[in-house]
Write a protein that binds this ligand. Sequence first.
Ligand SMILES: NC(=O)c1ccc[n+]([C@@H]2O[C@H](COP(=O)([O-])OP(=O)(O)OC[C@H]3O[C@@H](n4cnc5c(N)ncnc54)[C@H](OP(=O)(O)O)[C@@H]3O)[C@@H](O)[C@H]2O)c1
Length: 262
Amino acid sequence: MSSLFDLTGKVALVTGGTKGIGRSIAKGYAAAGADVVITGRRQPGCDEAAAELSDELSDELGDELAGRAVRGFACHMGEWDQIDALVDRVYDELGRMDVLVNNAGINPALVAVADCTEAYFDKVYAVNLKGPVRLAGVAAPRMGQHGGGSIINVTTMGVYRVGPGAGIYTSSKAALHNITQVMASEWAGLGVRVNSMAPGPFMSEMMRGSMRFDPEIPERLGQGTMMKRVADCDEIIGLALYLASDAASYVTGHDYKIGGGM
Ligand SMILES: NC(=O)c1ccc[n+]([C@@H]2O[C@H](COP(=O)([O-])OP(=O)(O)OC[C@H]3O[C@@H](n4cnc5c(N)ncnc54)[C@H](OP(=O)(O)O)[C@@H]3O)[C@@H](O)[C@H]2O)c1
């Protein structure tokens, strides 16, 4: 049965794989046998994270890693043209893409709706919605040419549970949640499955950034879950691997909450 979760021979692209949840997903996919590309905004950061992940994996897996390495390709998710170039680069250098995780996302500040500027709105929506939509839109037809694949859009439990100050962020993710189902319906015929994961609180760089405004935030968010804690980033791996793999061959257009009972 373990072959259901095997990604040997597959190529996975994880946006925002330099840190946090995306880094853990990339590590999980590489350990399951995939060639993995991670992205971030700047090439030096991508190179550094890719080298660190490759070292970590080779310490854990030794010879099993055999020739596989994590690669880092810079791409700003808010820049339409960079996204087209990213997909070209993955196909030029690795020949295919079987899994795409639209993970990169931002939630830079607590901003009430009445205080939101045009620049803030455009920045958050560009990275959280425009970029993922374009990336999936360029990748899916190409995946379809070699038998299909799996696209996973990372949203948030904030799609379901809202509060003051985070509405620009949560509404951008709610739109991504909605369009996930549209993508699934448009690309089922290509063999491309599209699902979303909605995380609750995870201890990532984003969470540490939020602690600048509210040091108690992990404790408060943890208390809002049944499990009374925030998650470690590696706790995303099981669900991300399931959705990417043949274990989820009949799963498309669905949303998976991963929030400790939030
Ligand atoms: N942590 C949580 O509690 C939580 C909860 C719900 C949902 N989520 C969602 O989970 C995803 C990952 O979050 P995280 O907490 O792991 O975040 P994180 O620790 O802040 O990491 C964000 C990643 O996205 C990349 N990134 C940021 N802006 C980018 C841009 N404009 N273009 C390309 N890449 C960019 C960063 O790369 P560089 O810095 O190298 O550019 C980094 O790799 C996000 O979509 C977030 O909304 C997180």
